[in-house]
Design a binder for this molecule. Structure first.
Ligand code: ATP
Length: 412
């Protein structure tokens, strides 16, 4: 991949940019303190200085629009990304669409083909819509498509930025843009969603089902390192570790211990620990006391829905499933689901998809276009061009066109 052809200069300060969340500025000494594998991945993952032939490049992006409003928001996202590429002139996209999802399941008995991961492997990134249908059980849709991609590609860091965007009225009294600016890091490869467990004596009175959460030292250490690095990259250098070690005495206690161990590697990051139940209260009553948050697969799943709602709507909340080691393509998607209640009405909010496109651009080393897109999103929201879920009257197409117009008119 061209990404590996990039060069860097050892003497200068190195900037690492985790997806859409801030810049990690490291001097060489701090850089050398990073775990070797992490350091190697970062050299291949992020650009520091590009060679001449890198200046115009094509990114191969797999799109998986899937179910419900997924195709509507991905179509909008592709249009916006193409407009950005045309505006920039330094890169382009080669989108390849995959028709996997619930309709594919009804026709083929599986959510994606057996060699699905092989077909995605060579792509630079995956741009994912939404999965889930009223007539297919959720565990089939989730375990048949999204989770195999996340787990098969070891996308162990799920990164969810949340902010109140200008123009969007959030449900918290007297809170606006600037009062809530979080990044939730969700452990994405194990924990409660490891798929460990089973059922016996099905249908009988003595039926039993187990669902075992798996926490490994490797899994917890790597997500803590990622979260501390990300916290260090943000101006406040503040991390909250979410736990439930008062009630769960094994996995969660190890989680806490490893958090403390990793914290010692990041003396410049202030961190604290919160029980997940108390965390919901703090998010609601004292949102500005939080910045970067790390939590297990299940806890972060729940907390990030709360975060999306507190920021105004699920329709604006993005997420990135990152393989920080750069071995596989990472996957970018809106947090919301398929939302069949509004499917086909042309009113799906495309902002979450645009925002995750910013995360994808940063992951691909395209920081300036990412900032241009984020600015366009904010300007369009501030101008009141919004879909009904955030109090506006605009359609998906009108919001998309406004963002494209803003990109075309921007002079940054
Ligand atoms: P799933 O079961 O696939 O997770 P869902 O339809 O149960 O999806 P979500 O999609 O997570 O639930 O969202 C809940 C509701 O929020 C939707 O029914 C819809 O009304 C609203 N919503 C979600 N995303 C958007 C969006 N992008 N634009 C507008 N409204 C949205």
């Amino acid at each position: 991949m061209e990404r590996t052809a990039r060069t860097f200069t050892k003497q200068r300060e190195i900037s690492l940019k985790p997806p859409c969340c801030g810049t990690v500025a490291l001097d060489l000494k701090s850089y050398m303190m990073l775990d070797r594998r992490q350091a190697k991945a970062r050299f291949t993952n992020y650009s520091f200085q590009t060679t001449q032939e890198d200046q115009v490049k094509t990114f191969n992006i797999a799109t998986i629009p899937a179910d419900g409003i997924g195709p509507e928001v991905i179509e909008a996202g592709v249009a916006v990304l193409d407009a950005l590429a045309a505006r920039d002139g330094g890169f382009s996209f080669n989108f390849q669409s995959f028709d996997w999802g619930s309709d594919y399941y009804k026709a083929h008995g599986r959510m994606m083909p057996e060699d699905g991961l092989d077909r995605l492997k060579g792509q630079d990134a995956i741009f994912f819509g939404a999965v889930g249908a009223p007539d297919v059980p959720d565990h089939i849709t989730l375990w048949g498509l999204r989770l195999p991609i996340c787990q098969g590609f070891d996308q162990y860091a799920n990164v969810r930025p949340t902010r109140i965007l200008p123009g969007i009225s959030a449900p918290l009294r007297d809170r606006g843009p600037g009062d809530l600016d979080w990044v939730i890091v969700r452990e994405n490869s194990e924990g409660e969603y490891a798929g460990h467990g089973g059922r016996a004596h099905r249908g009988l009175p003595e039926e039993v089902a187990t669902e075992t959460a798996i926490f490994t030292r490797v899994g917890v250490t790597r997500i803590m390192r990622y979260a501390f690095s990300l916290a260090r990259a943000r101006p406040r250098r503040l991390l909250t570790v979410v736990t439930k070690s008062n009630a769960q005495r094994h996995g969660m206690v190890m989680w806490d211990e490893i958090a403390a161990e990793v914290a010692a590697e990041f003396p410049d990051v202030t961190w604290d620990k919160m029980l997940v139940d108390a965390m919901t209260v703090r998010m609601t009553l004292d949102p500005s006391s939080l910045d970067t948050i790390v939590a297990t697969n299940l806890h972060a799943d729940i907390l990030s829905d709360l975060a999306g709602a507190l920021a105004g709507s699920l329709g604006v909340a993005p997420t990135a499933n990152i393989d920080p080691e750069g071995r596989f393509p990472s996957m970018f998607e809106p947090i919301h689901g398929s939302a069949f209640d509004i499917t086909g009405k042309g009113i799906a909010n495309p902002v979450a998809t645009f925002w995750t496109a910013c995360q994808m651009l940063e992951h691909l080393g395209q920081d300036a276009p990412a900032q241009r897109l984020m600015k366009a999103i904010e300007d369009v929201c501030a101008a009141g061009i919004m879909t009904p879920d955030v109090g506006g009257t605009a359609t998906t197409r009108e919001v998309t066109n406004a963002v494209i117009e803003s990109i075309r008119g921007s002079n940054r």
